[in-house]
Design a protein around this ligand. Sequence first.
Ligand code: AMP
Ligand code: MG
Length: 330
Amino acid sequence: MQRLVAIWTILLFQFAATLSGFASSALQRYEYSRLEMGTLFRVVVYAESSESAESGAQAALDRVQELNGILSDYQEDSELNQVCRTAFENPRVVSPELFFVLQKSLQMSRRTEGAFDITIRPLVKLWRQAGDEKKLPEDQQIQEALSRSGFQKVLLNPLTRSVRLRQQQMELDLGGIAKGYALDEAMRILHQHGITRAMVDGGGDLRIGESPPGKRGWTIELAGDTGQEILPLQNIAVATSGDLYRFFEIDGVRYSHIVDPATGLGLKRSPQVTVIAPYGIEADALATALSVMPPGEGLALIERLAGTEARLSVLNGREKRIISSSGFPP
Ligand code: AMP
Ligand code: MG
């Protein structure tokens, strides 16, 4: 009797395996893209029909658009900008999404000892203007902008889901973290639509789901000073920061769009940083933070975080040095 049960079980398993083989071979690849958050968002999915692929991918992209209306510092009337204007006088109750990103941002500030700081917007603006005018900011301008920043001045109350800013004329900038969160949310929406074999690309930052049918993972090309590298990955997020594409020059010196919150200065020669983490929100924030931190300190932090790896390409004089955390994929 027992033997019969065992044989039946094996047969059932084989039948189920054959069925799932059919199911995954019926999956087709579909790709959609849209301009969102000032960059190109691309959704690649494997689905059984173009209808299910289309509805899942468009819902995921709609979610990114919705988040932009909450988190953008470019859109005058975004929820973030409304908070900047009003949360000094009174605490302001905010959406769960904004509260979550603010909480995560402050957690990242504490973890990175202030290298990641969303209150640096006055400085980011100053350096952007400097790039446009090709003229370095005055020291006194930097000091004034610094006096309006500091993550300790953002107060969050989880009980009321409210935000208060301890100083007038503070400005918040989620440019180093919002895209990563949008990738996570896009993937969550795809899952809601029953799509798990998917990848979402937000201007080069990625959230990767289960592998394509019959593959070990998604083939990811890391563009960097080291050239193209290919990694097979699944169920993970990848974020890159650095001045490879986004920088400006004043008097022949190259400045990054990332500011060191300790000095208020735009980074010169920031490294090229790639972070792999379970979620996009963390990968994105850490990649920005590691651009600011001394490389050794940044990697020591990465070694303490579960499931998180990083690789830095640091320019030392004319020489490039690549350093990675111990588990970074070879
Ligand atoms: P990313 O490309 O993810 O490294 O983000 C860069 C963007 O983050 C900049 O364009 C600024 O909007 C913002 N940013 C600059 N410096 C910092 C910093 N030290 N901490 C947090 N965000 C920053
Ligand atoms: Mg970032």
